[in-house]
Design a protein around this ligand. Structure first.
Ligand code: COA
Length: 171
């Protein structure tokens, strides 16, 4: 199994993977397609896990903004992450997470935000974002599922305000 950057020839498999992983619904698969066609897409941060020629996992990090009064700061949001149902609980999601965060850091980004399972992401270092002066109003979510990860030391202190997901997140 290896983690690599997604290529155009993976798109169909990535769609099917997201469809299967999210319980036979296409919301996340379509979200991936909308992000790819938006200016928030960063090709290097769309990662796949490939096992014997088959795509068994996918993770996407893309651009969003944190806004405070007239200040705008570019940040990354993680969504979605998916592992093929029959390949779950074998560490593939963890490998995608670690590689995604490493790559994002190497590209110079400061923080990553997400809405996700409150028990899954803390093991990678994610913390509740509202405790760090970050807010979310576009989606109504509990404090523990809105999370942040600091890629660059000191960046969390410098980033306060409301996370705004771009239009691609709204169908
Ligand atoms: C979440 C997901 C990406 C994890 O991938 P994975 O390859 O199974 O994860 P790993 O093998 O690295 O880690 C397994 C751990 O994650 C936990 N886990 C899996 N799904 C979870 C979930 N929905 N909520 C909380 N924890 C979860 C497992 O209990 C296991 O915990 P342990 O390490 O303490 O035993 C995968 O389960 C998946 O695709 N789920 C469906 C889609 C989804 O919900 N995506 C996330 C949206 S926020």
């Amino acid at each position: 199994m290896r983690i690599r950057t997604e290529t155009k020839s993976d798109y169909k498999q990535v769609f099917n993977l997201n469809y299967d992983a999210f319980g036979n619904r296409d919301d996340e698969a379509k979200l991936v397609e909308r992000i790819r066609f938006s200016n928030g897409f960063i090709a290097e941060l769309s990662l796949v896990a490939e096992d014997k020629g088959e795509i068994v996992g996918h993770l996407l990090l893309s651009k969003a903004k944190v806004i405070q009064e007239t200040n705008e700061k570019e940040v990354l949001v993680l969504a979605p992450i998916a592992v093929k149902p029959t390949a779950q609980n074998k560490g593939i999601g963890s490998k995608l997470m670690k590689e995604g965060l490493k790559k994002a850091k190497s590209l110079g980004y400061g923080i990553v935000l997400l809405i996700g399972h409150s028990t899954y992401y803390p093991k990678f270092g994610f913390q509740p974002a509202r405790n760090h002066g970050l807010e979310l109003t576009q989606f109504s979510v509990e404090d523990d599922v809105f999370m942040v990860y600091e890629l660059k030391k000191g960046e969390l202190k410098k980033t306060n305000g409301e996370l705004r997901y771009p239009p691609a997140f709204f169908s």
